[in-house]
Structures are given as structure tokens and as C-alpha cells.
Ligand binder design. Structure first.
Ligand code: NAD
Ligand code: DAU
Length: 354
């Protein structure tokens, strides 16, 4: 079959990537979706069992840092669009192991840009390289009502955000220097199904379920803006198709929460769903040493995306968090396979024999 577009989605076995892959595979049967993922600890093909047999879906295990492999991939699948999500994504890990973040997020993005430049050979008509980034590149805000705009100066603090900032700069440099048709978006904290339980929300839901301590960094006063992951995926779809080349779009939920307040909502909701008497899990809150360099507050102004492309979050936070907590509690098998490491056998057991 000839496809209208051949789209490479990197990091499609991860949290956000799996939602983007699912959306594109289902919504665009006339596109071939190639999911390229290294399957690091964060890659889980069990996130995609519902679409893995669809004709327009192909999984390729590979590393974005391997330039020759990326060039071969572009050639094999005649790639004309890239949605680049593959990355090391966890701030705490970046503090312990910054080199892996520089390799994947900086050198990997550079290899992918170079592969696109080489294979598209200066004929960029109908081509698009879309880089997914984070609000963390903008630094930290005070409690003063200000927000990050697309024009806010970059000021990354963690090795993770420094690596993402560097990759964003490389993407823009390929646009400005070689004319590569790039677009970038910077999004706030995502939440929803299939997130690796090292991140606040799935970790805490799982710990509540098992009566384990909830490690609150510092005083729990840091503020994050939360967006339901499917709303991010919808924004990515829109920007991929309608965003202006060379532009940057901020994506966010207009939904700021102090960590401790969010944690209390999670406890209340989970206790109710689990049938525990109110207040049962309050005792699990444990204040621990703060994250080094912990950014105080993030808040993203996503009004450009609303104004220019008509996007807005579809889900109210109360609805989204209830849905998310229910999902994790009802998908204990998914969580158990992740926490036991069993999920990592799925590729060998299933894909390598195909
Ligand atoms: P994730 O950690 O859940 O998934 C990352 C995926 O990338 C995994 O499947 C992993 O196997 C893959 N990967 C890692 N290194 C690779 C390599 N060298 N080659 C190929 N694949 C590799 O991450 P996520 O939370 O889904 O984030 C996806 C993207 O969105 C990242 O670029 C992240 O910076 C960005 N982002 C995340 C959030 C968030 O709240 N999670 C918010 C804004 C932006
Ligand atoms: O803002 C977008 C970013 O959001 C993405 O770019 C990152 O990939 C993503 O991981 C996320 O980064 P955060 O560091 O904000 O997410 P995390 O879930 O790790 O932490 C959320 C907040 O909760 C943060 O203030 C730290 C705090 N926290 C986190 C953990 C894991 C705790 O208090 N205790 C914890 O155990």
C-alpha cells in the first residue's frame, strides 16, 4: 500500500509517545506510522498492545544516536515527517547521570536532524521535523503570577532541562542554517495512563495502593502546571499539521497546583475509590530532602496555540485526575509488570519472532 505520509515517531513506546502513536495510527489510516524506540527502562511496548497489529503501524527498535541507522531508517520507510519525542525525561535521574541525558537528548536529536537533512537533501517540500520539548527550559518562576511565553529567555537549571534546551537550540539552528522545516513545542507536566511510576502522579497512586510512604520533596510547595496527556497528543497533532514552520508553541493546562495540594487531592480520591475511610492515607505523607536545584514554580502561557490554532485543553483537572487514578488502580497488572521489570521481556518474547 502507498501511504499519503510516512511519519517517524521517536520514543513512541514511552508515556507521551505511546499516546501520540495511538492517536496517529487510529486517526490517520492513510499514514504509515513508524515508531522508533530504543526501549530503555522507560520504553514499554505493552503501552501499545491495542494498536500493535494495525497495518499502518511499524515498530523499529533503535537508538536515535546512531546516525547511520537513522539515515537507513529514513531511506527504508521514505520518511517525510518526524515527531521527535525520544529522550531521557526524568529530572532526578539527570541529577545522578547527566551524561546519558547529554548523549540522548543532545547528540541523539542532532543525529536525527542530520539524518533528516541528509535524506531530504535540501528538497524540503512536504517535509516537517517536529521536536517535542518542555517548559523546564525556561527556568523557574516566583509566586508572582508570571508565566512562560514563547519569547521567555531560556534559563535551564537541571541537567535534564539543560539537555532539552540544547536540543531545542540545535533544532532551531538547523532551521536557520540549512532551512530544515522544523517546529518546536514546549509543554508543561503531563499526567494520565502509561506514565512510568518514577514520576510524581503514578508513583504516589501506586504507593497509596500499597500503603507505602509518599516522599514529598522539601515542603511540597513547588508548583507545576498539569495537562492531561491526551490533550497534549491532540496539540501535537494540530501543530504537526497546522503549525507554522520555524515557530515555537507553548502547550499547557492553565492548571497550576502546589505539589502538596495535588498530593492531598490524590490521597482523597484514591482512598474514596479504594473504599478506605477518609484520611486513611494521610499518614503516608513523608517530607524528604528536597531535589537539588528544585525549580520553584512553572506556569505556561499557551494562549498563542489557542489564538493561532484554536487548541484548548478538553479535560477539567478534577475529571482528568479521577480518570487517571481509576486507570492506575484498574490496571494493576500493567503496574505490576512495570515494577517487577517483566515488561522488558515483551519485545524479545513477541516482536523478535515476528
Ligand atoms: P518517557 O521517558 O516516558 O519516554 C521516552 C521514550 O524515549 C522511551 O520510550 C525510551 O525508550 C525512548 N528513548 C530514550 N532514549 C532513546 C534513544 N537513545 N533512542 C530511541 N529511543 C529512546 O518520556 P515522556 O515523559 O513520554 O516524554 C516524551 C518527550 O516529551 C520527551 O522529549 C520529554 O522531554 C518531553 N516532555 C515530557 C513532559 C512530561 O510531563 N512527561 C512534558 C513536556 C515535554
Ligand atoms: O514540566 C515538564 C516536565 O515535567 C517534563 O519535561 C519532564 O519530563 C517530566 O518528568 C516533568 O518533570 P517534573 O520534575 O516536574 O516531574 P516529576 O513528576 O518528577 O515531579 C513533579 C513535582 O513533584 C516536582 O516538583 C518534584 C515533586 N516530586 C516528585 C517526585 C518523583 C516529589 O515531591 N516527590 C517525588 O517522589
Amino acid at each position: 500500500m502507498t501511504y499519503k505520509k510516512n511519519i517517524l515517531i521517536t520514543g513512541g513506546a514511552g508515556f507521551i509517545g505511546s499516546h501520540v502513536v495511538r492517536l496517529f495510527v487510529n486517526k490517520y489510516p492513510n499514514y504509515r506510522i513508524v515508531n522508533l524506540d530504543k526501549l530503555t527502562y522507560a520504553g514499554n511496548l505493552k503501552n501499545l498492545t491495542d494498536i500493535e497489529k494495525k497495518d499502518n503501524y511499524t515498530f523499529v527498535k533503535g537508538d536515535i544516536c546512531e546516525l547511520d541507522d537513522m539515515i537507513a531508517l529514513f531511506e527504508t520507510y521514505d520518511i517525510d515527517g518526524v515527531i521527535h519525542l525520544a529522550a531521557e525525561s526524568h529530572v532526578d535521574r539527570s541529577i545522578k547521570d547527566p551524561f546519558t541525558f547529554a548523549r540522548t537528548n543532545v547528540m541523539g536529536t542532532l543525529a536525527l536532524l542530520q539524518a533528516a537533512k541528509i535524506k531530504w537533501g535540501g528538497n524540503f517540500s512536504g517535509k516537517r521535523f517536529y521536536h517535542i520539548s518542555t517548559d523546564e527550559v525556561y527556568g523557574a518562576l516566583a509566586f508572582d503570577g508570571t508565566m512562560f511565553a514563547e519569547t521567555t529567555k531560556y534559563d535551564p537549571h537541571s541537567p535534564y532541562s539543560a539537555s532539552k534546551a540544547s536540543s531545542d537550540h540545535f533544532v532551531r539552528s538547523y532551521h536557520d542554517t540549512y532551512g530544515l522545516p522544523t517546529v518546536v513545542s514546549n509543554c508543561s507536566n503531563n499526567y494520565g495512563p502509561y506514565q512510568f511510576p518514577e514520576k510524581l502522579i503514578p508513583l504516589f497512586i501506586n504507593n497509596i495502593r500499597h500503603g507505602k510512604p509518599l516522599p514529598v520533596y522539601g515542603k511540597g510547595e513547588n508548583v507545576r502546571d498539569w495537562l492531561y496527556v491526551e490533550d497534549h497528543a491532540r496539540a501535537i497533532d494540530l501543530i504537526f499539521h497546522e503549525g507554522k514552520t520555524g515557530e515555537t508553541y507553548n502547550i499547557g493546562g492553565f492548571n497550576e497546583w502546589k505539589n502538596i495540594d495535588l498530593i492531598k487531592v490524590m490521597i482523597q480520591t484514591a482512598d474514596r475509590i479504594l473504599g478506605n475511610p477518609e484520611g486513611t492515607s494521610d499518614k503516608l505523607i513523608t517530607y524528604v530532602t528536597d531535589r537539588a536545584g528544585h525549580d520553584l514554580r512553572y506556569a505556561i502561557d499557551a494562549s498563542k496555540l489557542n489564538r493561532e490554532l484554536g487548541w484548548e485543553p478538553s479535560l477539567q483537572f478534577e475529571e482528568g485526575i479521577e480518570k487517571t487514578i481509576r486507570w492506575y488502580l484498574e490496571h494493576q497488572e500493567w503496574m505490576d509488570e512495570v515494577t517487577s521489570g517483566e515488561y522488558q521481556n515483551y519485545y524479545e518474547n513477541t516482536y523478535s519472532n515476528r
